[in-house]
Ligand binder design. Structure first.
Ligand code: ADP
Ligand code: ASP
Ligand code: MG
Length: 593
């Protein structure tokens, strides 16, 4: 008999009527011969209300007690859901996280799932019950209640679908599926019929709140096809799968992370240990760092900028200031009024000229980019918060996301028997080592590229567009791009190109330097790009730190960095490529799958 998981979010169980309507969906699947597990969130804004209540009592409530409090939201809704099913004449049993046996680590309010017991659920299903599982919660080894982080019921649902080898995992919510961007922010957003795991991982972590990003990590690791659909209709929705892309558009979606802050560190020694010490400090403070950009310096010192969530800016500054001072550098001014606008798409990995299109469109809309970072399937730009919405609308339109014909015809997705066998194998193995533990797929060296850096570039709208228009029109394929923030007037722009296009790139850069009166130009004709790829690299903040640690011990300096959900890339001097590869392989030996 086939098994389906149906997850209902807060708005889909906000009142009695909605609970009954969700119950009917589960009953219908049951009548169609499926075994059904429902995963349910707290009703409506209940979790927000609980958070608010805690804040009225204490400025810093203990995390353990927050979990105790927040888990009650889901306990209410599972019980009501079981009563609803019962009232429809079917058998149901509700279970809390601990009753299911969802074992997590002890990091309260952001716990990770280690193991899920299946016996109780399976025996209840075999007795003809619809099983109703509380989302978002688990239990640690000392029987303390834990929660998985806001939005975590998605993760419970996909994790259950994974261990139970469910045929389907349906996420019922208040939109019809995954859109090209948040339809509440841009009404012109369109539904996407199928999304690849990697795209969804990036979109979710860059602000597309429709799915908890860790749920997509589970989907990818265990090959669970996830269907996101409306709880108010029977429309097909969107499918998140491991799909080979055949997209015409280079970009599949756009996202906005509105509340970011930019932190700048100045004049620290440009030696291998610096970046390691800084990021060790940040990892220990559990700050989520993004858009890390290091200027390639001429004078032996480096400036480093990165973004953090705005509400972590002050804490980050305080944690870093003493370390930076001890290193002989100083803290630059923090800018708390910035937002990150990103575009994501598998298509861009194989097409040229995507980045300059984005930069040109933003320049035409008079939006100035303070920082830029790219990875294989995403480009992010940091902009002033008051320009963020127009920046999002501009890039969304530039890539045709508001008009592109969206294929919403329903189709069924049949995983091949082979992938099911593989998934069973992975589930087995990871149940033993920790379901959400870090998985590294590969560590590779690319020593076929060169780097060009323009320093002291006047920071005005259109400058990045001019640079990369020129580069693209010369047929040069750009891989990594970073633009740092130096001060209000100047930026540094670095990019990597194939080594055989180095001479041509240098010619272009020299002309640009003269024309735009940039301070300087530096380059390396051979660089080594070292890539660690895996799943959930950003949520495992320690990965970048481990890389810096290993490189530091091997005395290798890092020139450029970029991070994404599935990859961390660092650029080092070409002659150190092999040594870098060796030390990273040793460092991550135990996390390789
Ligand atoms: P639930 O309570 O069902 O978990 P959420 O509020 O967590 O629902 O997620 C649904 C919301 O996600 C939508 O109402 C929408 O505003 C928002 N959202 C953000 N980005 C996207 C996107 N790219 N596609 C669809 N919805 C999005
Ligand atoms: N109720 C929890 C929250 O609001 C979990 C969830 O809805 O996914 O964050
Ligand atoms: Mg949600």
């Amino acid at each position: 008999m086939s098994l389906v998981v149906q997850k209902f979010g807060g708005t889909s169980v906000a009142d009695g009527e909605k609970i009954l309507s969700a119950a009917r969906k589960a009953v219908r699947a049951h009548q169609n011969g499926h075994q059904v597990i429902m995963v349910v969130s707290a009703m409506g804004k209940n979790t927000d209300m609980l958070v608010q209540m805690a804040s009225e009592i204490s400025e810093a409530p203990p995390a353990r007690e927050m979990d105790m409090l927040l888990s009650t939201g889901e306990q209410v809704s599972v019980a009501l859901m079981a009563m609803a099913i019962d009232s429809l004449g079917y058998q149901a049993v509700s279970l809390t996280g601990s009753q299911i046996g969802i074992k997590t680590d002890s990091s309260h309010t952001k716990a990770r799932i280690q193991h899920i017991s299946t016996e109780r659920i399976l025996s209840l299903l075999d007795q003809g019950n619809i099983v109703i599982a509380a989302g978002f919660q688990g239990i640690d080894e000392n029987l303390n209640i834990t929660t998985l982080g806001r939005g975590g019921s998605d993760t419970t649902a996909v994790a259950l679908a994974a261990v139970l080898q469910a045929e389907a995992c349906e996420i019922y919510t208040d939109v019809d599926g995954v859109y090209t961007t948040d339809p509440r922010i841009l009404p012109e957003a369109r539904l996407i019929a199928t999304v690849n795991y990697d795209e969804m991982l990036e979109l979710a972590s860059l602000g597309a709140g429709v799915m908890h990003s860790r749920s997509i990590e589970f989907g990818k690791k265990f090959n669970v096809a996830i269907r996101v659909r409306s709880s108010l209709s029977d429309a097909f929705g969107s499918l998140i799968i491991d799909q080979a892309q055949t997209r015409e558009l280079p970009v599949s979606g756009a996202a906005l992370t509105p509340d970011e802050a930019r932190i700048s560190i100045r004049d620290v020694p440009d030696v291998p240990g610096t970046i390691y010490q800084l990021f060790l400090m940040l990892a220990e403070a559990k700050v989520t760092v993004d858009m890390i950009v290091q200027n390639v310096s001429d004078d032996g010192t480096a400036d480093i900028s990165f973004t953090v969530p705005r509400d972590e800016a002050e804490e980050t500054f305080q944690a870093l200031a003493p370390v930076v001072q001890a290193l002989g550098g100083r803290m630059g001014k923090t800018d708390p009024d910035v937002s990150k606008v990103s575009v994501v798409g598998m298509g861009m990995a194989t097409q040229v000229g995507v980045a300059n299109r984005m930069f040109r469109a933003l320049a035409n809309a008079n939006v100035s980019m303070q920082m830029i970072t790219t990875s294989e399937i995403k480009i992010s730009a940091l902009v002033r918060r008051d320009q963020a919405l127009s920046a999002l609308r501009t890039v969304h339109a530039e890539f045709g996301l508001d008009t592109g014909a969206t294929d919403t015809t329903s189709f069924s997705y049949e995983p091949t028997p082979q992938t099911q066998i593989d998934a069973a194998d992975v589930v087995d193995r990871l149940q033993k080592t920790g379901m959400e533990s870090l998985v590294i797929d590969d560590i590779v060296l690319d020593d076929t590229q060169a780097r060009v850096t323009l320093t002291g570039v006047p920071n005005e709208p259109g400058i990045a567009a001019a640079v990369f228009d020129r580069v693209a029109s010369n047929g040069i394929f750009v891989d990594m791009i970073v633009q740092s923030y130096a001060d209000d007037r100047n930026a540094d722009i670095s990019f990597t190109v194939p080594a055989e296009q180095f001479d041509a790139s240098l010619d272009v850069a020299t002309k640009i330097q003269q024309e735009f009166e940039c301070d300087g130009l530096n380059y390396k004709s051979q660089i080594a790009k070292l890539t660690v790829s895996g799943i959930g690299l950003r949520s495992h903040t320690g990965v970048a730190v481990e890389m810096f640690k290993a490189l530091n011990e091997a005395n290798i300096n890092v020139d450029m960095i970029n991070t994404s959900e599935v990859r961390v890339n660092v650029v080092v001097d070409g002659v150190q490529g092999q040594a870098g590869l060796k030390c990273l392989r040793e460092q991550f030996a135990s996390a390789m799958r």
